[in-house]
Design a binder for this molecule. Structure first.
Ligand code: ADP
Ligand code: MG
Length: 700
């Protein structure tokens, strides 16, 4: 039995059943070890006495020694505030209290010395302390504190049950003394050595009771390493397990279809990035492993043709393939792009969406089952149980974050062994996320746009500058261009959003009257066929302006549309804005994106607008998005708990994550079951840590 991880917190001296319950509920602390892994969220320095004259920063903690005088009540007749003057030989500073006033009035005696500890704040251009800690100064038994003291997260409930930060600190201290130099190591010795890490015992000691700032740093480094280590171990172990146990179809040959297309019918030379990615995928498909690959490429980077060529590989090897898109519009668009690419090849292709007629559907099912249909393109309709393939070898999923994890997993069941899966996304993924959230997938990236693209020019205008925007789009229409005008539409404010959209549409009709101008409208509340009808007017160039909600966000390709106006742009997240902007800049003309907002913006909103104006680089945008929102929010569908780290910060730790991932990779390469003696400790800890979690290696 492991004393630390198996002992219930209830049995720690000073806890007992009542407090144990509170600790469980409020902080998820069940065992001794859980408590040790509950780290301070900041530290205060009581190792020295400052001088009043030294105070030069707000939000910094200071410890002072001196007298307190001029205690004054304010807000007569009823006191709502008490101020006092603190004096030492270097200067004077004001102390302020808003609570516990009657006690404060009698707390201080003239001429006596007190130790004051608190955070400096600025009021009326002067520093003061609000609610400082106060202690009587007694030179005989006053000792300076440990250099840095941890401050722990506590809640109101905890404080009411005698579990404030001081009490937590005391419990932790008790535990650390009880287990002095007996906290077992969980990282393999060679790993500690290679990376110069503290032992777990030392690290846990110094993160709670740091000897000094440098030890605190070392302790943090070590424990953060540990945190990422076990996370990567989980990802890579599962991946290894998966690669070993799940047999994949081997696409051994590059055959006739692929070669004919590549040598005779390529509509344009592939970019180097496209070629590299196709090579990566080809190698994977030939390896006998089942592929789970994420293909990331910014909007317009040409993922469709890559998908098509990979599909040809499947067909060449006698397998069927499926291409799945999140919306009907997109499925249609893929269908027509791919019919065009496949024009001179003998390939049977069909489209299946919610609008496919029953009769056609039955015929299609038949052809799928007898194997005469080679490629099926469609929406969620592909997942339905009635859709049965003869021998499905490859599934390509476009715009992955619109699909739930579970939906993806269902494609696994459509074949005797799981088919190869290629997930394509235009949402750039910051590297740290690629290594964590998607760390169990293989990863390819098209990091180059086809030649000749002009970067979209982006401007941010306030509503007061609306006439400028109207004038600008009028000119663009005269030049023969088409305009998107996008409104937000989200569930929470759906009614209001629709009203906004309609009002915007009507105002636009006044600015751009028929018959000279034509405006079409597409939004999520419309019937599929109406949407399609309006969409087609725009695609065919019959409408100049398309007013839309974000239904047009993904994938739509209309090269003649060169202006994207985004209304209430601050209500969109960065990745959405980037996606929307990606709808323009697809033709030869200079394209523009106009972000319309009110003058009043949150700091966050302003930063998003500024980022969009400054850069077209999807990766930079994704990085800023990660900084602003954190990893849980940015990606959505995946299990969010997987991305919550205690010490780790995905927005900052790229280098460390890379190092840890490599370390774990090498470790598993040498000892994939962690059987060697030096790895036993890691194995045992890992198994404990992930015991309760379900296996998500299969549902990349
Ligand atoms: P996305 O990655 O956003 O899905 P698409 O596959 O829709 O991009 O490609 C965007 C446009 O770029 C299409 O019109 C496509 O024909 C064109 N395209 C793709 N690859 C190239 C290339 N290598 N050279 C020129 N045009 C290309
Ligand atoms: Mg696409």
């Amino acid at each position: 039995m492991n004393q630390l991880s198996d002992n219930k917190i209830e049995f720690l001296k000073g806890v007992g059943p009542k407090k144990a319950l509170i600790l469980q509920k409020e902080l998820g602390i069940f065992t001794f070890e859980d408590l040790l892994l509950c780290f301070p969220f900041r530290y205060v320095d009581k190792s020295r006495i400052h001088k009043a004259a030294e105070i030069n920063d707000d939000n910094v903690y200071y410890q002072l020694l001196g007298t307190v005088s001029k205690i004054k009540a304010h807000g007569a007749p009823r006191t709502n505030r008490i101020t006092a003057e603190f004096t030492d030989e270097s200067g004077i500073i004001e102390l302020v209290w808003f609570k516990g006033l009657s006690w404060i009035k009698t707390r201080f005696q003239p001429g006596k010395q007190y130790v004051i500890f608190g955070k400096a704040s600025v009021f009326n251009n002067k520093f003061n302390f609000v609610h400082p800690e106060v202690e009587d100064y007694n030179p005989d038994d006053f000792t300076l504190g440990e250099s840095l003291q941890g401050v722990y997260n506590t809640s109101e409930t905890m404080k009411n049950h005698g579990l404030g930060t001081r009490q937590i600190a005391r419990l932790v201290k008790t535990l650390l003394f009880q287990f002095h130099q007996q906290i077992p190591e969980v990282l393999p010795g060679p790993v500690l050595k290679q990376h110069g890490l503290l032992s777990r015992d030392e690290a846990l000691h110094h993160i709670h009771l740091p000897a000094d700032a440098s030890m605190l740093q070392k302790a943090t480094d070590r424990l953060k390493f540990e945190e990422y280590f076990f996370f990567q171990l989980h990802l890579l172990h599962n991946k290894l397990q998966h690669d070993k146990t799940i047999e994949g179809f081997r696409f051994a040959s590059v055959g006739q279809l692929f070669n004919t297309f590549y040598h005779k019918h390529l509509p344009f030379p592939l970019t180097n990035a496209q070629k590299r990615v196709i090579r990566e995928i080809r190698t994977d498909l030939g390896s006998g492993r089942q592929m789970n690959r994420l293909l990331q490429g910014d909007v317009g980077s040409g993922k469709t043709i890559v998908a098509f060529m990979v599909i040809l590989l499947a067909l060449d090897n006698g397998f069927q393939a499926a291409l799945m898109a999140p919306t009907e519009i997109l499925a249609n668009q893929h269908y027509s792009s791919i019919l065009e690419y496949a024009h001179d090849l003998r390939v049977s292709i069909a489209l299946l969406t919610g609008s496919t007629r029953q009769k056609e559907r039955q015929q299609l099912h038949r052809r799928l089952q007898d194997g005469s249909l080679q490629l099926l393109i469609g929406t969620h309709a592909l997942i339905e149980d009635t859709v049965i393939f003869d021998n499905l070898g490859l599934v390509v999923i476009d715009e992955q974050h619109r699909f739930g994890v579970a939906q993806r997993a269902r494609m696994y069941e459509k074949s005797s062994s799981p088919p190869h899966i290629l997930v394509m996304t235009a949402t750039p993924i910051p590297r740290t996320l690629a290594m964590t959230q998607y760390g169990d997938l293989d990863y390819s990236q098209i990091d180059e746009l086809p030649p000749g693209r002009k970067p979209v020019e982006t401007i941010h205008l306030y509503q007061s500058q609306r006439l400028r925007m109207i004038g600008f789009i009028r000119k663009q229409i005269q030049l023969g261009r088409q305009i998107y005008m996008v409104y937000p539409l989200i569930k929470e404010s759906e009614k209001m959003d629709l009203i906004n959209l309609m009002e915007g549409y009507e105002a636009l009709l006044r600015d751009f009257p028929e018959p000279e101008y034509r405006i079409c409208m597409v939004h999520g509340q419309m019937k599929a066929e109406d949407k399609d009808f309006e969409m087609q007017r725009f695609v065919k160039g019959q409408a100049h302006i398309m007013v839309a909600t974000t239904v047009i966000e993904v994938g739509v390709n209309i090269p003649n549309a060169s202006v994207m106006v985004i209304e209430h742009a601050d209500r969109f997240g960065l990745s959405q804005l980037h996606q929307l902007r990606g709808r323009v800049g697809r033709g030869a003309d200079q394209s523009y994106c106009i972000l319309m907002t009110d003058f009043k913006l949150t700091a966050d909103g302003r930063k998003r607008m500024q980022t969009m104006v400054e850069t077209n680089d999807g990766f930079k945008i994704a990085e800023v998005d990660l900084q602003l929102r954190g990893p849980g929010e940015t990606q959505g569908t995946r299990q969010s708990g997987a991305l919550e780290f205690k010490l780790g910060n995905l927005a900052k730790d790229e280098t460390l994550i890379r190092t840890v991932r490599k370390t774990v990779f090498d470790l598993l390469d040498r000892d994939n079951k962690l059987q060697q003696g030096e790895n036993h400790c890691a194995k045992a800890y890992y198994e404990k840590l992930y015991k309760k979690q379900f296996d998500w290696s299969l549902i990349g």
